[in-house]
Design a protein around this ligand. Structure first.
Ligand code: ZN
Length: 232
């Protein structure tokens, strides 16, 4: 085996940016975005198979949901975090589409998700959208949409207030603050519909709770949730 010093690997990576987004190893022919070993090692939850999973339990009593799942367990320093970091901060939007398609393959297997009318990504505030250039959740939604063949709609939810300053508040006051943050327009597009809400990482659930409530207030019949990862 040819040993390459780390500075050589870095240079190689700059010249040939075809590296695994989870571990940084060079990809083999036929591998895309994530190497085979990392794909095999992904901490999958299988929450799509169980209605009483930890995401559902976390939001229990806070908002009535049809179903909820997350693809991966989120652990600091682990591969799932690196994948999400590359999607959120390094412009690797293809990673969002790929992981979104993995969500799509899974929810196809459970009939509780079979009557979804359309998919809505959790929106960013317009200032954040401008500075980042894209909404990472829209790419996850796109991957799901392509796989289950259902449209996704970005204009259904609006984030009216930036929540940057809220990170130090406790869970209750965060939700109280969050309630006013998301608005769904009055539109007959929502009435009577089953909507799949899509986010990147679920931590307190306050964001999804506020988004789901905004959709239900405007007459959505059912709201389900799909996220890339769940932080236990
Ligand atoms: Zn890898």
């Amino acid at each position: 085996m040819l040993l390459i010093p780390s500075w050589g690997r870095d240079l190689f990576g700059l010249l040939f940016p075809n590296l695994c987004n989870a571990c940084g190893a060079s990809l083999f022919l036929g591998e895309k975005l994530i190497c085979t070993k990392c794909l095999f090692d992904l901490p999958l939850t299988d929450y799509h198979l169980y209605q009483k999973n930890k995401v559902m339990k976390q939001l229990w009593g806070r908002v009535p949901l049809n179903a909820a799942m997350a693809l991966l367990y989120f652990r600091k320093g682990a591969k799932a975090q690196r994948l999400i970091h590359s999607l959120k901060y390094n412009g690797k939007t293809d990673v969002g589409i790929l992981l979104g398609s993995m969500i799509g393959e899974r929810i196809k297997l459970n009939s509780i998700y079979s009557d979804i009318d359309f998919i809505v990504p959790v929106p960013l505030h317009h200032q954040k959208l401008r500075s980042r250039g894209y909404n990472q959740s829209s790419f996850i939604a796109e991957g799901i949409a392509q796989t289950i063949n259902i449209p996704f709609k970005e204009e259904i939810l609006i984030r009216t207030i930036s929540t940057e300053s809220q990170t130090r508040k406790n869970r209750f006051s965060r939700y109280e603050n969050m309630k006013a943050v998301f608005k769904a327009p009055e539109t007959d597009q929502i009435t009577g519909k089953h909507i799949l809400l899509v986010d990147d990482v679920i931590t307190t659930g306050a964001t999804l709770e506020a988004c789901a409530n905004a959709l239900l207030v405007q007459g959505a019949l059912k709201v389900s949730i799909a996220a890339l990862a769940f932080a236990e």
